[in-house]
Design a protein around this ligand. Structure first.
Ligand code: ATP
Length: 243
């Protein structure tokens, strides 16, 4: 469908279009449509723009990713549909693999997501391997790649589900989440939560990573040390109440 740029809800409609196309292409699951709807509702409540607190989270996320020994970017069907190019760019910038991880088991969909990311320039896309899993998780999302999440110290998990975020933390990983819902279990379990739409947060995270690459390690450590996720979430909730 052609959406006129002048439409007041142009960006929101474009995102719907990407997610719907993702389903058509077999990248996104039908349940992903519902998850996107929940995201839209929260985006509406935060005014559909990146807040100052979200920018602070993005700074801290970039610092944490640059300090990581083995960063990995976890990708589900919604993230792949919405920001494939940005995921590929961040992966190259950090020299971090992208690892496909989906809730509803489907080898076909995993392979489609991998091919889709590669079409957008991704060079290192890993798939889960049933011989390896994280502890404290029952769903299909427990399976991991031995060269990816298994070894990772920091995992970037945009659009996560709460169970897996909690399990990754219990497995000793630091995690960075992008979640529009500051009340979500994911948001509350993450080391750093970016309360923003993934489509706005990804370009800003790429910019921040490029900028922070020039910083000394000590400066990056101080950015991470001065960040408080609980305070960030409280502030995000306050902003919704103020509207
Ligand atoms: P949890 O298990 O963490 O409490 P949940 O059950 O709400 O959360 P899901 O339904 O698995 O989680 O995933 C949807 C989550 O992703 C929601 O919290 C929603 O706000 C968020 N979300 C959806 N689309 C976007 C988007 N484009 N950008 C950022 N966040 C999004």
């Amino acid at each position: 469908m052609k959406i006129p740029k002048s439409h007041p809800r142009y960006e929101s409609l474009m995102m719907r279009e990407l997610i719907a196309k993702g389903v058509e292409k077999g990248i996104t699951s039908q349940h992903g449509l519902i998850a996107h709807g929940r995201g839209e509702a929260f985006d509406y409540l935060i005014g559909e723009k990146t807040s100052i607190v979200a920018k602070k989270s993005i700074d801290s996320a970039a610092a944490l990713l640059l300090l990581a020994k083995q960063p990995v970017i976890s990708v589900n069907g919604n993230a792949a549909a919405l920001v494939p190019k940005e995921l590929a760019t961040l992966s190259s910038l950090l020299n971090a693999p992208l690892e496909v991880n989906i809730f509803h088991p489907s080898k076909k969909r995993e392979l489609r997501i991998k091919a889709h990311l590669e079409n957008y320039g991704a060079k290192n896309v890993l798939l889960p391997d049933k011989r390896y899993k994280i502890r404290f998780l029952e769903s299909n999302r427990k399976y991991i790649n031995p060269n990816g999440i298994l070894k990772a110290d920091v995992v970037f998990v945009p659009l996560e589900d709460g169970d897996r975020a909690e399990a990754l933390i219990k497995n000793g990983k630091k995690i960075i989440a992008v979640d529009l819902n500051p009340l979500a279990r994911t948001a509350n379990n993450a080391t750093v939560t970016i309360v923003d739409n993934i489509t706005r947060a990804m370009p800003l995270l790429i910019k921040a990573t490029n900028r922070h690459k020039k910083y000394a390690r000590r400066k990056l450590e101080s950015i991470v040390k001065n960040f408080n996720n609980k305070e960030t979430l409280k502030e995000a909730i306050k902003q919704i109440r103020r509207l």
